[in-house]
Ligand binder design. Structure first.
Ligand code: B3K
Ligand code: ZN
Length: 883
């Protein structure tokens, strides 16, 4: 095999399909190595297309068996079938029925795209282009058809057979040991939403009564024996279904909704119509196997996939450039759901941490791309933080600009106008322009321009005129293929906090009161004058993180401490502490690099102490405040000349200072938070655990024997995974017997549970010590590890490459070389996962010169390998592309 030459696909080249498919009848006879697929497609020429055209269908690694038109088998000269396509040069001029038979080997499918096996069970993954690995098809989302699927299998191998839509019929095939089931999905859908499952599975079931009184049978299917860990997922599904009715007016539309959890899955989960297939990481949970974070993740992903039923399935994407149409919107919806189920401010802080930690980083490097890309070589590489998380921010900005009522009206209009369609971003945004009677032309730049806008703010108070003047300048940095940018429409939610801590009325000179506290920047530079301001207030800018931008304001440390104590916006209270910590850390990184003395910020530690002592605050919020900027945050704020070792040392010094200076307060708070109540995964008790464990971690930061012993005791005595894992994570930062004993104990306790062992792999991969690379190398040989399972790879290799800044970026380059070797090995087996691992190099240009050269060499070595998948080649080429 040679490196696959990928032709770029461009949005500008979009053409409607030549042929439409009205119905698809599939007959799939499952067999480990020889699965037979008979597809019966009713085709008709697309009235919207040009002249009569040949039929060209996509395929990928297919073995054709036969082709027939209207019941007559085609002679070999009448068609061309290869592994990757089927062409019928002279099809009938009108509608016809095309029958195709293919043969597949699901057991040999290590790419986990198309039909494959996981723990012996059969399952499918078709998004983005996996259906073409099952049968020849116009595998593009604007071809929507009604599917009927007959699945047949050996009864002992696959007693459970599931498909999209509603069950129609099932029965035995006498004398063969085989049985079948027929499923019919009345809703036209694109091929990427097709799914089938067959296997030895057990279900937890429930029913849901929709807002109009219909009954839906719900099932969460897991590998037999794991059903007691599926209860939380099922409850989360019921909550999500109710919430979508209440908040978006969206009702479910089939008689059944099934979820199947599988152990081998390339991503989190998949929204196939009526049959969601999940990575079991986002289904299985119990008190002693899952952390609070796992429970929250399950709730969010279950909801996300369910919400796709309307935003993705009923209204799908015209083409893959429109991916954010369903993903950004559905992430926004799941964020809102979690906010309503849990704490809104804490959820917002957590989401912004993720956005900055992944999307801002992506936006600042060679893989930056717009929320709606204009070109791709491999679409699977565009399921990114930009499309998902920044895409969600863009939807959120629409809500901020329009206000909640008009936003809801815009959503209603979107559903009404586009139900059953394959839509575009223009279709979406025009609904908000119409419902809100606003011009969103400039707003569309959020979809087209990559890069994180930067806003510089200067404030001037004039006590005589009683005005506060904000001068704002915006700049969008250049990104690959986009050297210069136009100014964006940026909603900036703000407040002016008066000396007593209360918000002052916002009245704009020449305009009057500011509606909902939101001003909109549209020009490169502009000035806003607020009137009636007698005393100098402290501006609180970008409240609730109203836009995905970086704000550089001329606020003093005193101002920031004031906001930390008084801002009515909890997000900006948290942000004020982060900003204070970040500037100290950046100073100290410079000090370390020039062998100077470290600075101390007593004011910052005091501010933390005040927040810690404030018992009116939500514990989960205080936990977020205590969690100072990560190494990744500091690297991103620096943006250049990144020296991960200096960053680590500066951060460790601050954590030690906090741990030392606030020791009694931390211990007291931890004591208060540990109520001894039995474990429950609810947000309030999770928040108490988060705060208790944040305290423990800081208490142990200075490395004192007493605190380490406390962590060891918590590890040993914990009655839930959250507390046990938190203690282990604290211990992992302190070399010694306590750590090694706990790690050994953990393996022994949870050996039989791969999802729990993933935590053990990940934690060790993140230890910031020189010995870690050897440890990770040894772990790749461990029986608990397998390159064939994406969860194991992400836990061990992903954590090392993406979350261990000092060791992946070892000065000797050995971390880079190791990851490059693994990526090359993985690529032959699972290109999607290999490409994902390779994105760990995406910030290489920001490194200091010595590391930069070593990282570049590793990327170039991967690029020079004899045969690369299209997925990996694309990441390598773009990583090395012009800055
Ligand atoms: N739509 C899927 C992701 C598919 C990824 C294909 N490479 C899950 C989701 O976003 O809900
Ligand atoms: Zn999604």
């Amino acid at each position: 095999m040679r490196t696959e030459q990928a032709r770029p696909v461009r949005l500008a080249d979009y053409r409607p399909p030549d042929w439409l498919v009205d119905t698809v009848d599939l007959d799939v006879s499952l067999d480990p190595a020889r699965t037979r697929v008979k597809a019966r497609l009713s085709l008709r020429p697309n009235p919207a297309a040009a002249a009569p055209a040949p039929v060209t269908l996509d395929g990928d690694e297919l073995t054709p068996v036969s082709v027939a038109i209207d019941g007559t088998r085609l002679a070999p000269e009448d068609y061309l079938a290869t592994a990757d396509g089927l062409t019928i040069p002279q099809p009938p001029s009108g509608p016809f029925v095309l029958e195709i038979e293919t043969e597949l080997n699901p057991s040999a499918n290590t790419k986990l795209m198309g039909l494959y096996r996981s723990s012996g069970n059969y399952c499918t993954q078709c998004e983005a282009e996996g259906f073409r690995r099952i049968t020849y098809f116009p595998d593009r989302p604007d071809v929507m058809a009604v599917y009927t699927t007959r699945i047949e299998a050996a009864k002992d191998e696959a007693p459970v057979l599931l498909g999209n839509g509603n069950p129609v019929e099932a029965g035995d095939i006498p004398g063969t040991g085989r049985h079948y089931a027929v499923w019919h999905d009345p809703h036209p859908k694109p091929s990427y939403l097709f799914a089938l499952v067959g296997g030895r599975l057990a279900a937890r079931t429930a029913s849901f009564t929709t807002m109009s009184g219909r009954t839906v049978a719900l099932g969460v299917y897991v590998e037999t024996g794991k059903e007691d860990r599926a209860a939380y997922a099922l409850e989360a599904l019921q909550r999500a279904m109710r919430w979508d009715e209440e908040v978006f007016g969206r009702e479910y539309d089939l008689d059944v909704f099934n979820i199947v959890a599988v152990a081998d899955f390339n991503m989190g989960a998949m929204e196939n119509k009526g049959l969601n297939v999940f990575n079991d990481k986002y289904v299985l949970a119990s008190t002693d196997t899952a952390t609070d974070q796992d429970f929250a993740g399950i709730e969010a992903v279950i909801a996300h996939e369910y919400f796709h039923n309307w935003t993705g399935d009923r209204i799908t994407c015209r083409d893959w450039f429109q991916l954010c149409l369903k993903e950004g919107l559905t992430v926004f919806r799941d964020q809102e759901f979690s906010s309503d189920m849990r704490s809104r401010p804490v959820k917002r802080i957590a989401d912004v941490r993720v956005l900055r930690g992944h999307q801002f980083v992506e936006d600042a490097g060679p893989l930056a791309h717009p929320v709606r890309p204009e070109v791709y070589r491999e679409i699977n590489n565009f399921y990114t933080a930009t499309v998902y998380e920044k895409g969600a921010e863009v939807v959120r900005m629409l809500k901020t600009l329009l206000g909640p009522e008009k936003f809801r009206a815009g959503m209603d209009l979107y559903f009404a106008r586009n139900d059953g369609r394959a839509a575009t971003i223009e279709d979406f945004v025009s609904c908000f322009a119409d419902a809100g009677k606003v011009d969103l032309t400039q707003f569309m730049l959020w979809y087209a321009q990559a890069g994180t806008p930067e806003i510089a703010v200067t404030t001037t108070h004039d006590p005589h005129a009683k005005t506060l003047t904000l001068e704002l300048a915006q700049m969008v940095p250049p990104t690959p293929g986009q050297p210069s940018k136009a100014p964006m429409a940026i909603p900036l939610a703000l407040g002016l906090v008066g000396p007593d801590g209360d918000d002052l009325p916002l009245v704009l000179e020449g305009h009057g009161p500011v509606e909902r506290g939101v001003i909109v920047l549209t020009k490169p530079a502009e000035t806003f004058v607020f009137t009636g301001i007698a005393e100098r207030p402290v501006p609180s800018l970008g409240r609730g993180f109203s836009a995905p931008v970086k704000i550089q304001a001329d606020l003093s440390s005193d101002d920031l401490r004031f906001l930390a104590a008084h801002d009515s916006d909890p997000f900006n209270r948290w942000q004020a502490v982060q900003t204070l910590a970040s500037s100290l850390l950046i100073d100290n990184v410079a000090a370390i690099r020039s062998a100077g003395n470290l600075h101390h910020d007593g004011g910052l530690v005091h501010a933390l102490g005040t927040l810690l002592a404030d018992q009116t605050l939500e514990p989960a919020f205080v936990a977020q405040v205590l969690s100072i900027p990560s190494e990744g945050d500091i690297a991103r704020d620096l943006g250049r000349e990144v020296d991960p070792e200096a960053i680590f040392l500066a951060r460790r010094a601050l954590r030690r200072a906090i741990g030392n200076e606030l020791a009694p307060a931390l211990a007291a708070t931890r004591g208060r938070m540990r109520t001894g109540a039995p474990y429950g995964p609810d947000a309030a008790s999770a928040g108490r655990r988060a705060l208790a464990n944040a305290c423990l971690d800081l208490m142990a930061a200075p490395g004192g024997a007493e605190a380490i012993a406390l962590a060891a005791a918590q590890y040993a005595e914990a009655d839930n995974m959250t507390d046990r894992m938190a203690a282990l994570s604290t211990l992992s930062l302190h070399p010694g017997d306590a750590r090694e004993n706990a790690l050994a104990d953990f393996l022994q306790r949870y050996e039989a549970n791969p999802l729990v062992i993933d935590k053990w792999l990940a934690l060790q991969a993140m230890i910031p010590e020189a010995g870690t690379l050897d440890r990770v190398r040894r772990l790749t040989e461990h029986s608990a590890f397998s390159l064939g399972n994406p969860n194991r790879v992400r836990a061990l290799i992903g954590s090392f490459a993406q979350a261990n800044h000092t060791q992946f970026n070892r000065a000797d380059g050995a971390g880079y070389a190791f990851v490059a070797d693994i990526v090359l090995e993985l690529d032959g087996r699972n290109p999607q996962v290999a490409a994902r691992m390779m994105t760990a190099f995406r910030s290489w240009r920001a490194l200091e010169p010595a590391r930069r050269a070593k990282a570049r060499a590793a990327i170039e070595r991967v690029g020079a390998a004899a045969s690369l998948s299209r997925d990996l080649a694309d990441i390598v080429q773009r990583s090395l592309g012009d800055a």
